[in-house]
Design a protein around this ligand. Structure first.
Ligand SMILES: C[S@@+](CC[C@H](N)C(=O)[O-])C[C@H]1O[C@@H](n2cnc3c(N)ncnc32)[C@H](O)[C@@H]1O
Length: 440
């Protein structure tokens, strides 16, 4: 078991921390708002200076002022029925400090040497108000990144991610901290690609690399040549609940589009509903080869078994290439499911903003595998809200169903379901299942 985290000040602010950084960290830890404002405003015409101070990091522990201000609150007391009691004065003091820091450009998701963001510290200590403030900052930052472009700010270079694994920067410069912050990439891509903690030296999986990689189907999972879990049988219940949410009361004769075949779990469930159209888009040659095998449930015989020619079909290629053709052909679906691998959130976002409108029947429903940031609770909460905002902006109502995930075989990396899988891309006991419908 990992050592319990020592939250004491001498452990967190190291003996060899440079004086200026130490002073900032002590100030944040002591919740001294006047002094913090003084430090941050010492060079009123130099915003980058304030930015650099707000993101200062102890070179050894990587403590930032946000971590320090939150950690200083200590563990929340519990009420008699075990609920965290946290609305005490110290939280209000810390809230003011973190507000000041966020106003000066503090980065919400910088990691310390315990692999914790400031929000992770707040969550662990039971400081919900502070956790919620960090989530809020995360939502604002991610929405801003989206406007400014993921390429520049959001998806991180491999170099940046390698750096994240190597420890602290020497100068505490804010932009360097930005490079080190864990990046929110999504849709299983991120589940294999973010620079988080023990996995910080993991290589990001890109769509191009993934589509060229060798795949192995074995009992209960599909993995790529780096042993990243592309699809795993433990997700079956999520697939089942997604089908039920997309097609309540299991109607037959519906028009269905599924993007990403994987192990064919969701398609097997869709097929049982005897749809009038069942289209699958799949890009990976090895998956297509697997599907085309004579004993495959979705091989040529399945395609021939549709009510009319073309009604049951695997469309080979990336959805980015296939979907525009389906639109041109006037295809419309009652239920659409999206579950790809190796792609970041920008692709899912593009799908629901640019294509869903034309593909979905006005009474139709859309869902996707919601693994957005699922290896870290705060990222999951941030992305839950980002999707809410952007889904609505794109013209959809979104309902969410919270589903319990049985974590008994998923709790530890390399063990249980994760045996033979490089990275534990799911860590949460609740799944948020989204269903998009047209606003109205
Ligand atoms: C997580 S699996 C899907 C699992 C599926 N929901 C199931 O129930 O088994 C993701 C699938 O998406 C495919 N994929 C990845 N990128 C794609 C793209 N751009 N277009 C189409 N398919 C893609 C992968 O090859 C893989 O088969």
């Amino acid at each position: 078991m990992a050592d319990p985290i020592n939250d004491s000040m001498p452990t967190r602010i190291s003996a060899d921390c440079p004086d200026d950084i130490r002073h900032t960290l002590y100030t944040a830890w002591g919740h001294d708002l006047d002094e913090l404002k003084k430090i941050l405003n010492a060079n009123p015409n130099d915003f980058t200076k304030a930015l650099s101070i707000a993101n200062a990091q102890d070179p050894k522990t990587r403590e930032t002022p946000l971590h320090a201000a939150i950690r200083a609150c200590g563990l929340a007391e519990k009420t008699e029925d075990g609920v965290n009691k946290e609305e005490d004065g110290v939280v209000e003091e810390a809230r003011e400090i973190i507000q000041e820091l966020f106003d000066s450009g503090a980065i919400w998701n910088a990691l310390d040497n315990n692999n914790e963001t400031p929000g992770c510290v707040a969550l662990r200590l039971g400081r919900k108000t502070l956790y919620d403030r960090c989530v809020q900052a995360g939502i604002q930052a991610e929405l801003l990144f989206d406007v400014l472009g993921y390429e520049e700010l959001g998806s991180g270079s491999e170099d940046g991610e390698e750096e994240a694994a190597t420890g602290a920067k020497d100068d505490g410069n804010a932009m360097d901290v930005e490079d080190e912050a864990p990046q929110l990439v999504t849709v299983k891509a991120d589940e294999t690609g973010m620079a988080f903690g023990e996995e910080a030296n993991e290589k990001t999986v890109t769509s191009d690399e993934y589509l060229k990689s060798e795949l192995t189907y074995d009992d209960g999972k599909l993995v790529d040549s780096d042993l990243n879990g592309v699809m795993m049988a433990w997700e079956t219940d999520i697939m089942k609940r997604s089908v039920a949410a997309l097609l309540p009361d299991a109607p037959t004769g519906k028009r269905i589009l599924n993007i990403g075949f994987g192990m064919g779990i969701v398609d097997g469930m869709f097929a049982e509903l005897k749809p009038s159209r069942h289209h699958i888009i799949e890009a990976h040659p090895a998956v297509l080869e697997h599907v085309a095998k004579p004993d495959s449930k979705f091989g040529p015989n399945w395609e021939k078994s549709g009510p009319e020619e073309g009604a049951y079909k695997i469309h080979a290629g990336k959805w980015q290439e296939v979907v525009p053709k389906l639109l041109e052909q006037g295809e419309v679906y009652d239920a659409i499911y999206f579950d790809t691998f190796g792609e970041d959130y920008s692709q899912l976002h593009m799908f629901f903003t640019e294509y869903l409108l034309g593909l979905m029947d006005e009474e139709g429903r859309f869902s996707f595998f919601n693994g957005l940031g699922a290896d870290r609770r705060i990222c999951y909460d941030v992305y839950f809200n980002v999707v809410k905002v952007q889904g609505e902006q794109a013209g959809f109502d979104i309902s969410w169903e919270e589903i319990d995930v049985d974590m008994s075989a998923l709790a530890e990396a390399g063990k249980g379901e994760w045996e033979g899988v490089r990275r534990r891309y799911w860590t949460l006991d609740k799944y948020q299942l989204p269903v998009f419908t047209f606003m109205g």
